[in-house]
Design a protein around this ligand. Structure first.
Ligand code: SF4
Length: 62
């Protein structure tokens, strides 16, 4: 599974980082970015949860 953040939509709420800190982090601009785009199998559930809970639907998983 792969995960991406649409940084034009991200509002920097930090929810994805709290939900799945091994995949998402806030950068110097306080916007989310992926630490790794290739999501390990054991993190898929929390990564999907982060995508579902993002208030602006900025996380794309495929
Ligand atoms: S949950 Fe969405 S809006 Fe909030 S930091 Fe993550 S990507 Fe950005």
């Amino acid at each position: 599974m792969k995960a991406f953040v649409n940084r034009e939509l991200c509002i920097g709420c930090g929810l994805c980082v709290a939900t799945c800190p091994s995949v998402f982090e806030l950068d110097d601009e306080s916007l989310s970015r992926t630490i790794t785009t290739d999501v390990p199998k054991e993190l898929e559930q929390s990564c999907n949860e982060a995508a579902e809970n993002c208030p602006v639907d900025a996380i794309i998983v495929e």
